[in-house]
Design a protein around this ligand. Structure first.
Ligand SMILES: C[S@@+](CC[C@H](N)C(=O)[O-])C[C@H]1O[C@@H](n2cnc3c(N)ncnc32)[C@H](O)[C@@H]1O
Length: 234
């Protein structure tokens, strides 16, 4: 962090769930059902990702999306702050025979530098690791990495319930999605998420996205706790 001012956020640190922990990495694909091969294939098609395009995946995790984008012929930059995730994702890419089309980089939303603008940036289930002010900085940085009219896709935990309902909504969410130990994310995992990570409200994110210079083409509030946005750089 020597090139950054003293006030700059250290986004290389793990916040909340520790994705440097090999146990978390080894069980991730079982736990995160939203990132299945089928879901990521569908997203690649939905975003029109094809041969000749360049894509950045921020917070790539175990690399499922990056691999599907590479299978579609794109050149992918897969970025993550976790060395363990990157090692695991590299092995998956080798098995899928797409290593030559994916460049894995250790870095974060606030530190990764990309020179030539790209057609598509995707980030899923990762941005909530940053506090809101730094999410805004991340949006500005990502907008600068995109070509004009380039696509920015964001999927994350996003709250769209009325703020006054927070207690009942959070309890009901955890009760509805938590799995028994060994079967998926547990109630304890979701409690850690709410307590230590930075899921925010959709109305805040929408304002941030437009202030960063994006046009929001789709804001899809999938449930009161998850949303996806398809944006274009103006
Ligand atoms: C819940 S996983 C999501 C992985 C993948 N995108 C998916 O949808 O399955 C969150 C990932 O974001 C990474 N991450 C956390 N903070 C980050 C940051 N500031 N910049 C980039 N990646 C970060 C974690 O190391 C982890 O691999």
């Amino acid at each position: 962090m020597t090139d950054y001012p003293a006030w700059y956020y250290n986004d290389i640190q793990q916040v909340g769930t520790d994705f440097e922990d090999m146990t978390q990495v080894a069980t991730y694909d079982r736990n995160q059902t939203s990132s299945s091969v089928e879901e990521e294939q569908q997203l690649v098609t939905q975003l029109g990702i094809s041969a000749g395009q360049t894509v950045i995946d921020f917070g790539c995790g175990t690399g499922t999306f990056a691999i599907q984008a590479a299978i579609a012929g794109a050149h992918v930059y897969a970025i993550d702050v976790s060395h363990s995730m990157l090692t695991f994702a590299r092995q998956k890419a080798q098995l899928a025979n797409v290593s030559s089309r994916i460049e894995f980089h250790h870095g974060g939303f606030l530190t990764y530098e990309h020179v030539a603008p790209v057609e598509v940036i995707v980030t899923q289930a990762a941005l909530h690791h940053l506090p809101d002010f730094w999410k805004m900085v991340a949006f500005l940085r990502m907008a600068n990495m995109l070509k004009q009219n380039g696509i920015f896709y964001l999927w994350d935990t996003v709250f769209s319930f009325h703020p006054a309902e927070y207690q009942t909504r959070i309890d009901a969410w955890i009760q509805g999605v938590a799995k028994p130990p060994g079967k998926g994310w547990t109630a304890q995992d979701f409690a850690t998420h709410v307590r230590e990570e930075y899921t925010t409200f959709g109305w805040i994110l929408e304002r941030m996205l437009t202030d960063a210079g994006f046009t929001i083409e789709t804001a899809n509030y999938l449930t009161p706790e998850y949303a996806e946005y398809i944006c274009r750089r103006g």
